[in-house]
Design a protein around this ligand. Structure first.
Ligand code: FAD
Ligand code: 2HG
Ligand code: ZN
Length: 480
């Protein structure tokens, strides 16, 4: 087997699925949780942005850690490769098989074990969808420590495995900081229980960190304990328009100084993105703009409505007085804020509508942040106006989402962008994956993000934890 788009990639030395395997899986899980019908399996083979497609013949849907452990024992004994899948919202091709890997879906592992309102923690299975977790935390006055536009589908296990960042990392910190405990099933089926609720635990190596961001290549996360902040009593939002990118950075600095402890999000998007959500999704931007306009979303979370509202108004006023912001609107009304957030959150959805998208998710030193878009625009000039380069993202974290859209996929375009974009990012001291991971699509470019020594250590961790290489092969690490 070779994958059509990747003629040079060969299937690894794995076993092949037989009827006897299917029967064994059905004994472990019951037959309705073993999908083999082509139509049932199809959605698990293709990624959210429809750029990669696997050829798996079976999807397994365990409900418990014990079932998953038994499944992995079988896979290990027969050297069957597996692809763990959560909500399948990943953007780097990590969540779908490349060849015929067995898909292990965590969707039915969706139990919330407990919420502790006093210590501010939640314990749950890996397949809990993020917005279901939010709904369970709300009555306790808590919130999840992160939020993503994919909240309606992405799962806690997927979020941990990709080390998801999202819209409020600048305020609440990373997945590495907020994941207190993890349970994972290892390649041979053994269960590693580290379901700790403790904020401090320095008993040697921080093993749970191995599973955060390793994209299913070292184990399958089955349960977790997350630290959850207090839900804010007052939320304020500003949508701003600005003339140039330099003003975005000055406005970010001003927001940090004036909104200080209340600041919860600082996001930016360029006019290509704003036009895209307008034209493709019919979302109307309430601010005047032209083709050079930049936009920012600035949000605060606090506990005193009058104080927080005044703070936000003063910030916007000062930014206007200084000539940084051309126009702006503020709101603390929930449905209005949701509508304004959509202009930012639904950019991904608008960019994939009726076109192919080449997606890059990079961290950059702030002075270089928007230069990435300009440099790539110049590089792709000869492809004409059908090819558009756009930039948006978590400017507060230095994380740019750099997207190139075209009417269809083309090798020429892909070869013009890659490895150029990774070389450039690495040359200015950035990271070639900020929050989406390496998955399948970025694995071969790992050398632009890690030194040879670091890659050697990664390989040695991988082979010690998964000697048969059955966990999510072809992902994260380049072919050796
Ligand atoms: P999947 O896509 O199913 O899997 C992702 C990876 O994790 C795969 O490699 C898979 O094998 C592995 N995996 C999944 N579950 C497990 C498990 N239990 N154990 C081991 N490995 C597992 N990402 C951000 O970081 N920030 C954002 O703001 C953001 N916004 C998004 C907005 C939209 C509209 C979309 C479509 C995506 C967005 N993403 C964002 C990307 C994506 O939502 C995240 O990467 C998310 O964490 C993936 O979760 P998932 O459950 O869908 O995982
Ligand atoms: C976001 O921040 C996501 O909206 C998706 O990380 C980014 O589509 C993208 O490039
Ligand atoms: Zn993002």
């Amino acid at each position: 087997l070779t994958s059509e788009r990747y003629p040079n990639l060969r299937r690894g030395p794995y076993g092949s699925l037989s009827n006897s395997h299917v029967n064994t899986f059905e004994r472990i899980l019951s037959s309705e949780r073993v999908l083999t019908n082509e139509d049932d399996v199809a959605p698990y083979n293709i990624d959210w942005i429809k750029t990669v497609c696997g050829q798996s013949k079976v999807v397994l849907r365990p409900k418990t850690t014990e079932e998953l452990s038994a499944v992995m024992k079988v896979c290990s004994e027969s050297r069957l490769a597996v692809c763990p899948q959560g909500g399948n919202t990943g953007l780097v091709g990590g969540s779908v098989p490349v060849f015929d890997e067995v898909v292990i879906s965590t969707s039915l592992m969706n139990r919330i074990n407990s919420v502790d309102g006093i210590s501010g923690t939640v314990s749950c299975q890996a397949g809990v969808v993020l917005d279901k977790l939010e709904a369970a935390l709300e009555p306790e006055g808590l919130m999840a420590p992160y939020d993503l536009g994919a909240r309606g589908s992405c799962q806690i296990g997927g979020n941990i495995s990709t080390c998801a960042g999202g819209l409020r990392l600048l305020r609440y910190g990373s997945m590495q900081a907020n994941t207190l405990g993890i349970e994972a099933v290892l390649a041979d089926g053994s269960v590693l229980n580290m379901m700790n609720c403790l904020k401090k635990d320095n008993t040697g190596y921080h093993l749970r960190q191995l599973f955060i961001g390793s994209e299913g290549t070292l184990g399958i996360v089955t349960q977790a304990v997350l630290q959850c902040p207090i839900r804010p009593r007052s939320v304020n939002l500003a949508l701003l328009s600005l003339k140039k990118f330099g003003d975005v950075l000055s406005t970010f600095a001003l927001a940090k100084r004036t909104l200080s402890e209340t600041l919860s999000s600082v996001e930016m998007m360029d006019s290509v993105c704003m036009t895209s959500v307008g034209n493709k999704l019919g979302l109307k931007c309430p601010l005047q703009s032209d083709s050079d306009t930049f936009f920012m979303v600035v949000e605060t979370h606090g506990s005193r409505e009058d104080h927080d509202m005044e703070k936000m108004s003063c910030f916007v006023q000062e930014a206007m007085d200084k000539g940084l912001v051309v126009d702006g609107i503020t709101s603390n009304e929930p449905s209005r804020m949701t509508n304004l957030w959509q202009l930012r959150e639904r950019i991904t959805e608008s960019l994939v509508k009726d076109q192919y998208v080449f997606k890059y998710d990079i961290t950059l030193p702030l002075p270089k942040f928007y230069e990435a878009v300009e440099v790539l625009k110049q590089k792709l000039e000869s492809f004409g106006s059908d090819v558009q380069v756009s930039g948006f993202g978590h400017v507060g974290d230095g994380n740019l989402h750099l997207n190139v859209t075209a009417p269809a996929y083309s090798d020429d375009l892909q070869n013009a962008i890659e490895p150029f974009v990774f070389e450039w990012t690495s040359s200015v001291g950035g990271s070639i994956s900020a929050e989406h991971g390496m998955g399948f699509k970025k694995a071969k470019f790992l050398k632009y993000g890690k030194s040879p020594e670091a890659i050697r250590l990664m390989r040695s961790v991988k082979s010690s934890m998964d000697p048969l290489g059955i966990l999510n092969p072809y992902k994260v690490l380049p072919p050796s």
